[in-house]
Ligand binder design. Structure first.
Ligand code: WT7
Length: 637
């Protein structure tokens, strides 16, 4: 069998789960045994959640790219590793076999070396969804450089913050990116970002859109020229750097309840084992299947389930450059049809937006190749779940509603496709190795079924974050200090009569807009940067397609004579500071905000108003000035 640790039945799931709790070290050692280690580990796990200090497979030596590439060459050399579908359906797709990918990764790893990149250096990657993005990521891993991929929708300011925080020495980008009917000028955004980033010595620019770009002598290099250079050297091999299991593999920035995104750090050994284990089990991947995850590599889903999970399993992973609605709302279904896709992993927001176009775009597409469907990023509402099940899966395909986070590295609570009995709206049961608990405000465990609480995890798993880059204390206070000896997810959760978990959403000041995590404080900071803005408060409200929309209450210095224009200006400012994904859906100008006597904004009230629950604002007795609330209610959007 291809994956000896692949669970095949409910009984097997239960046995594995029991073992993973009784003997976690034995359980994970058995899984880890199926990878290629240069040197076996001395100790499977050492941990405490107080510092926190978590180490998996200490003493183990490996390189994740040897597990994703080298070890497959003998058996899968001619098998497609990446199938790439361009934004424009008229343009030719690309098929990159495991051997091609190995060669390209080694070649580009040599480019990085030629440009002085060494083990432990940080490399920022800001590219569109082209195969070279996966190649860049893997090339970093090959030589032990720490990659920090920044999503192509972030602004120059956001990139600069991330580059400075990581002190990256090299940036890999493209001239531009095609997304739907847009051309995004990536290099030009990078040029703006780099004005304040002296740590960056080199920028490598891959050609995609061939939009005119400025190339600064001594700093900016064309990807293609650098490759030629390596070819002139006779394409020497690039032996993989030997990494400690606990060496950093990558940083990925994510938002929290404070204004500044944090760099979540994942390490080589544990992350590899976990991404692979969860991929193989959740989706029940079978050799030869074509697997398509619609996420962007700029998010954790792309890291774990476009690149590392599938490639470490020798799977064929389909990478799509464009968006689900271009050139029409049938694009995903056309791709499934064209490549006979067997597994489709997407997001509720995409399903909801495509549902809006009716069945026209689905009809006449051959979806009979589909065997398994997946959802991630936010709670999936029952209507979307059933539409996905009936109209895409034609009632034949299990749906896995996978709950996890950037910090968890891989899927945590999910059905196992075809094994776990599913229930719409429920992420169902924890994978082996994952020990969820629900706690109340004081951190007391809430036992039994039919209960609601804050979701925590009480035992380490190999894929968990190890620190937040450059600020370990922040990691401790954010995740390990709310409740003693527990990892706190920030999510609320219900456990039903079957012991099934249903995630109810964030319990902190974090929004989930179209599956993207956005901190309210970050959006407020950006709005407050706008000239004339005195103060603002941002909350989420239910949005039919995005899941949550962004509602901003804004106080300006004086009455603006053209409020609509001022709103547009604020949106422009937010785009500049964070990126278009953080633009508020609604902006309401107010003369004051509801505050307590101690000056704290009462967001609960603002949330209720944004949700339209005007008559049920809860306890307002601590309000400093009740008249403010009446005014806000009157002018609500
Ligand atoms: C937050 C993590 C994990 C990759 C995508 C998002 C929410 C994620 C689900 C789900 C309900 C979900 C949670 C979580 N979330 N998956 N299946 N059901 N909620 O990664 O940006 O780190 O966000 O997304 O609120 O905490 P992320």
């Amino acid at each position: 069998m291809a994956y000896p640790y692949q669970i095949k039945s409910l009984e097997e799931y239960q046995q594995n789960y029991q073992q993973s709790v009784m003997d976690p070290e034995g359980f994970w050692a058995n899984v880890a045994d199926h990878f290629y280690w240069r040197r076996k580990w001395d100790k499977v796990l050492e941990w405490n959640f107080k510092d926190p200090d978590v180490k998996w497979f200490t003493g183990g030596k490996l390189n994740i790219t040897e597990n994703c590439l080298d070890r497959h060459l003998g058996t899968l050399g001619n098998t497609p590793a990446i199938i790439w579908e361009p934004n424009d359906p008229e343009e030719h797709h690309r098929v990159i076999t495991y051997r091609d990918l190995y060669n390209k990764v080694c070649q580009f790893a040599n480019v990085l070396k030629n440009n002085g990149v060494k083990k432990g250096d940080r490399v920022c990657i800001y590219m569109g969804m082209i195969p070279e993005l996966a190649i860049a990521v893997l090339a970093c891993a090959r030589i032990g450089a720490i990659h920090s991929v920044v999503f192509g929708g972030f602004s120059a300011q956001s990139i600069a913050d991330r580059i400075q925080d990581a002190q990256a020495s090299l940036v890999i980008t493209c001239d531009g990116a095609f997304r739907g009917n847009k051309d995004i000028p990536l290099k030009s955004v990078i040029d703006d970002a780099l004005i304040g980033c002296p740590s960056v010595k080199k920028v490598i620019v891959c050609t995609r859109t061939r939009t005119p770009v400025s190339m600064i002598k001594g700093r900016d290099l064309w990807w293609e020229d650098e490759i030629k250079q390596v070819e002139t050297m006779g394409n020497p091999p690039c032996p993989a750097e030997e990494m400690d299991a606990e060496d950093m593999l990558f940083i990925l920035y994510t938002s929290g309840s404070t204004g500044k995104p944090k760099g979540v750090v994942h390490t080589c050994g544990g992350y590899m084992v976990y991404a692979n284990y969860t991929f193989v089990n959740t989706f029940q991947y079978q050799p030869g299947e074509v697997y398509f995850c619609t996420a962007d590599v700029g998010w954790i889903t792309g890291h774990s389930y476009i690149i590392y999970g599938p490639l470490s399993a020798g799977a064929t992973t389909l990478m799509f450059e464009g968006v689900p609605t271009y050139p029409d709302a049938g694009r995903l279904w056309s791709i499934v049809d064209k490549f006979r896709v067997n597994i489709l992993y997407t997001a509720p927001t995409a399903i909801r937006s495509l549902m809006g176009y009716g069945l026209g775009p689905v009809n006449h597409k051959d979806l009979s190749s589909l065997r398994k469907l997946g959802s991630v990023g936010e709670p999936i509402n029952e209507e979307a779940w059933h539409w996905f099940k009936d109209h895409i899966g034609k009632g034949r395909c299990p749906i896995v509603d996978t709950w996890w986070q950037t910090e968890t590295g891989g899927i945590m609570i999910t059905p196992i496709a075809g094994v776990t009995k599913e229930k719409p709206g429920y992420a169902t049961l924890p994978l082996p190795g994952i020990q969820p608990i629900l706690v109340d405000e004081k951190g007391e465990e809430i036992k039994g079924n039919n209960v609601n609480g804050n979701l925590c995890i009480k035992f380490p798993w190999p894929g968990m974050l190890r620190t937040t880059y450059g600020d370990h204390e922040r990691c401790r206070t954010t995740y390990f200090a709310t409740y003693d000896n527990l990892y706190f997810t920030g999510d609320g959760c219900l456990r039903d009569e079957d012991g099934y978990y249903r995630i109810t959403g964030r319990v902190d000041d974090v929004l989930n807009v179209s599956g993207h995590r956005i901190g309210t404080a970050e959006v407020e900071n950006a709005i407050n940067m706008h000239a004339g803005v005195v103060e603002s408060a941002v909350v989420g409200y239910p949005h039919d397609i995005k899941g949550q929309g962004i509602y901003a209450y804004v106080i300006t210095e004086r009455q603006t004579h053209d409020p609509e224009l001022t709103k547009k200006d604020i949106l422009q400012t937010v785009s500049r500071i964070i990126g278009p994904i953080a633009k508020p859906d609604k902006i309401q100008f107010v003369s004051g905000l509801p505050k307590t006597r101690s000056g704290k904004i009462m967001r609960r009230i603002l949330r209720k108003i944004a949700e339209g629950e005007l008559d049920n604002l809860g306890d307002t007795s601590t309000l400093l000035d009740p008249a403010v609330v009446e005014e806000i209610k009157r002018s609500r959007l």
